[in-house]
Write a protein of this length. Structure first.
Length: 341
């Protein structure tokens, strides 16, 4: 028969084991791997590093953030897939990546010539963001912070100033949107699906000769060398969010979650503010290196606006869900009526 001393020792060991098993939730450093297409050393990367430092100082052991830049984990669709598999826990994604999770967010970006100012971009995002966050939560993702990188401009190997000048051109299109391919074909261009990290080589080899991109990325990726012409049209805003899988979020303590969410939201704001400043700085830097800018004013502005708006019937339902497209148009109309424009 087991003696009482041995029983007491065994009970003590079981109690200790229970306490030890609880320690990881209380004091173990959490680890998060985040991927982005942003090039290493850019302001986007540096701001993410600042966010990571804030995470490391979070309570209960902190959160260690590892950042993979330059598309090291593949395109944004690959990043979403890796998050789903648990190979990554988070990503800085543009709308192109976010629509891999749910198409509802497409209208924050993919409606040409719909937005006339940054104020309109933020007005729509502020009002629809909470709804999209709920949709993403239902699909197992937490949106930590929203951002945009300014306007997408159109870079090309040959100069053009009017929509019809693009006909016959081979235009870069991000993979994953059959509707966008159809829109590109409808205006007489040949769409070529590419990851953003492959655009430079494709411009150099002639696989594409038209590349819509934000100037900040065009400078970092050196698009201005094989595509030395830029149409200065605010085609659409490049928007996105910092996201984390719900599973990874649930592993964090309450104290860690508060720091992670607060610092990521602040990082999204910093990314937005900095990118908007760097947009013009990037254009100026490329001009010094030979970029030629085609300005869009007066009649040309009206021509491009009419052209972009003329694509909206195809965008509605084909690229952006009808209900979301209609809601965004309603919000934009409401904003303009309230602001005299």
């Amino acid at each position: 028969m087991m003696n009482r001393s041995l029983i007491r020792r065994m009970v003590g060991m079981l109690v200790l084991a229970g306490l030890v098993s609880a320690l990881p939730l209380l004091a173990r450093e959490a680890r998060v791997k985040l991927a982005t297409l942003a090039p290493k050393g850019t302001s986007f990367h540096l701001i993410l590093q600042e966010m990571g430092q804030a995470w490391r100082e979070a309570p209960d052991g902190g959160v260690r953030l590892t950042i993979f830049t330059d598309g090291a984990m593949g395109g944004e669709a690959d990043v979403v897939r890796r998050i789903g598999l648990g190979q990554l826990q988070a990503g800085l994604l543009t709308v192109s990546g976010l629509t891999e999770i749910d198409l509802s967010v497409g209208g924050l970006q993919n409606i040409p010539m719909a937005y006339q100012s940054y104020e309109e971009v933020e007005y729509v995002r502020d009002r629809l963001g909470p709804k999209y966050e709920k949709i993403f939560a239902d699909k197992g993702y937490v949106i930590l912070g929203w951002f945009d990188t300014g306007w997408v401009k159109i870079f090309s190997k040959e100069p053009f100033e009017r929509p019809e000048d693009m006909r016959g051109g081979k235009v870069f299109v991000v993979p994953g949107s059959p509707g966008a391919l159809e829109v590109a074909r409808s205006i007489g261009t040949q769409p070529v699906e590419l990851e953003p990290t492959d655009v430079l080589v494709s411009l150099q080899t002639g696989l594409v000769n038209i590349a819509p991109a934000p100037p900040i990325y065009a400078l970092a990726a050196q698009f201005y060398e094989p595509a030395p012409y830029m149409l200065d049209v605010n085609w659409l805003p490049l928007s996105g969010a910092i996201v984390m899988s719900q599973k990874s979020w649930d592993r964090l303590t309450a104290g860690q979650r508060e720091v992670v969410k607060t610092s990521a939201t602040a990082a999204g704001r910093k990314l937005t503010d900095r990118a908007r400043v760097e947009m013009q700085e990037s254009i100026d830097a490329m001009v010094k290196r030979g970029l030629q800018v085609q300005s869009i004013e007066g009649e040309l502005q009206e021509t491009w606006t009419k052209f972009g708006v003329g694509l909206h019937p195809q965008i509605r339902g084909g690229v952006v869900p009808e209900a979301e497209f209609d809601e965004i148009m309603r919000l934009l109309q409401s904003y303009r009526e309230s602001n005299g424009g």
